[in-house]
Every structure is written in C-alpha cells, then in structure tokens.
Design a protein. Structure first.
Length: 162
C-alpha cells in the first residue's frame, strides 16, 4: 500500500486511500493515515458544534421570548425581543456559522472568533459563579463551552503544526 498523498487528501476531503498489490484503489487507513483520521474526527465534531450553535441562533431569531424562557430570562418589552434577536442571534449564528464553515471548508483559522466568544462566555459564567453562587443549571453550559474552546483550539493548533 502507498501512504496517503496530497492528492488523496484534497480530492477525497481527508479520507485516506491507497493502491493494493492488485492495482485496485481501496478506501481506508493505509500507512501514515492516523493524523488524517484525527483531522476528520475534529472536523466532524466541530461541524456538530457548529450545527448546535447555529440552531440555537436560529431559535433566538425565530422565537426570542421562548428561547429566553428556556434560559431563565423574561422579556417585558419589544426592545428586549429586539435585543435577544440581535445579540443572542448574532452570537450563536455567528459562532455556529463560522465553526460550520471552518469544518466544511477546512479553514481552521476561521475558528478564532468562535473560540474567543466561547472563552468569553465561559469567563462570564465563572464570574457569575464567583459573584452570585452556583446554580445547578450553570455547569452543563460551562462544560460545553470549555469543550468547544479546547476542540476549536486543538484544531487551530494542528493546522499551525501541519
């Protein structure tokens, strides 16, 4: 079997392929394909988080009052609805859209903005814990934000060392 080549990476979107002794092309992990499998897994995970964030943003654009109620927020005036649509919709749609595009187009540098935004959200939750105390609903979003920061950061670092 031949090791993965540049053509195989670009033409098949990161899927390794090689030629066996009978001259037939095979898809799978021939030699030296471990790093490519890691890249594929990272891209799939990043795309999944991108879809999650994008769906949350669309939910804020479509039904800001209902979305806010799920997170313990109450809206009393139209300006509150506009703020939720604009700010929360932009935060989640922007982060999710960039993450999804970075995964789909293999552009890890596009993960910088979502990484910074998720890190700032995490810091905001830490400040809330320090100032207001712990709420049982706080830890799951914190864990998700931390995982996204680590995952997005890992993808950017892999791209720098490749």
């Amino acid at each position: 079997m031949l090791p993965c080549g540049t053509f195989a990476r670009s033409a098949l979107g990161g899927v390794c392929w090689g030629i066996n002794k009978k001259g037939r092309g095979i898809i799978g992990p021939p030699t030296n394909c471990g790093p490519i499998m890691v890249d594929i897994i990272l891209r799939v995970l990043i795309a999944g988080f991108g879809v999650l964030l994008l769906s949350m943003g669309i939910q804020y654009l479509w039904d800001p009052a209902g979305s806010a109620a799920q997170y313990g927020l109450a809206v009393s005036e139209e300006i509150g609805l506009a703020t939720l649509r604009a700010d929360m919709g932009a935060f989640f749609c922007g982060s999710g859209g960039l993450a999804l595009a970075a995964a789909a187009l293999n552009r890890p540098a596009w993960l910088l903005a979502p990484t910074v935004l998720m890190a700032l959200a995490f810091v905001g939750r830490v400040i809330t814990l320090a100032v207001d105390g712990a709420d049982p609903g706080t830890f799951v979003p914190m864990a998700v934000e931390a995982v996204m920061v680590v995952l997005f950061g890992a993808a950017m670092m892999r791209a720098r060392t490749a």
